[in-house]
Ligand binder design. Structure first.
Ligand code: ZN
Length: 241
């Protein structure tokens, strides 16, 4: 393989540096994606706990209501027994009022118990779905962790290999232009280098002089007179120029 020309080196360095920048942003994205997945898992866990909780609470409430119903029935029987012992019409009237109120409370309790039992049945029937949803969420999270690790390993390996290739490319620059090159990539990262498309600088979109283009093709280190980036041109097709 022939020694690469300066434009070839600049093109390669530009490609590698942009690729490294993309890799870094992808790697940096990892913890944020992980956090979103953790929040999703926590929400699924809470929904699952709440589904079971709701069943327990309903059972307790029905038991409470049934206890109260029993007391109300006892009280009603007592009031009804006292009705015949009423000493005066006023007392009789009062007792009847108590009986009426007790009957209203009993009706309301019976209605609440019935509604509670219907809801309990519905929620209990749905518990297998709730359990399945939680199991699915956990399995999805485990799969996410596996995928994320595989992805990170791949990105890190790519990063390592690309950095090594870049180091070799950087070391190939002629000594005369190395300091300038280093200064530009230090200041601007990948954007310290720019491809000329036609006559236009890929960084600032301003046209360059014909002579500059000739100098680039001739292998000189040329910086854009507008934005200062090191320029390279598209490869010359074989047999042309
Ligand atoms: Zn420019």
């Amino acid at each position: 393989m022939s020694t690469p020309t300066v434009p070839q080196l600049l093109r390669e360095a530009h490609r590698l540096r942009r690729h490294l920048r993309e890799l870094k942003s992808e790697i940096d994205l990892g913890p944020r994606v992980q956090k979103i997945q953790e929040q999703k898992l926590a929400a699924a866990k809470q929904a699952h706990a709440e589904a079971h909780d709701a069943v327990q609470k309903l059972k307790l409430k029905i038991r409470d209501d049934e206890g109260t119903l029993k007391q109300e029935n006892t009280r009603l029987a007592k009031f009804e027994g006292q009705l015949n012992d009423a000493g005066s019409p006023k007392e009789y009237e009062g007792k009847q009022s108590e009986i009426r109120q007790a009957k209203e409370r009993i009706a309301a309790l019976e209605e609440a118990i019935l509604a509670g039992m219907e809801e309990l049945e519905r929620r209990t029937a749905n518990l297998p779905n709730d359990d399945q949803a939680w199991a699915n969420a956990q399995a999805e999270f485990e799969q996410f962790k596996l995928d994320a690790k595989e992805r990170l390993d791949r990105l890190l390996a790519d990063q390592k290999a690309t950095a090594a290739t870049l180091a070799a490319t950087d070391a190939s620059f002629p000594a005369a232009m190395k300091a300038q090159y280093d200064r530009l990539v230090k200041a601007y990262g990948p954007d310290g280098l720019a491809e000329v498309s036609g006559k236009v600088c890929g960084q600032c979109r301003v046209s360059i002089a014909e002579q500059q283009r000739n100098d680039i093709v001739a292998g000189k280190f040329v910086c854009c007179s507008t934005c200062g980036r090191a320029l390279y041109v598209e490869p010359t097709p074989p047999g042309v120029g």
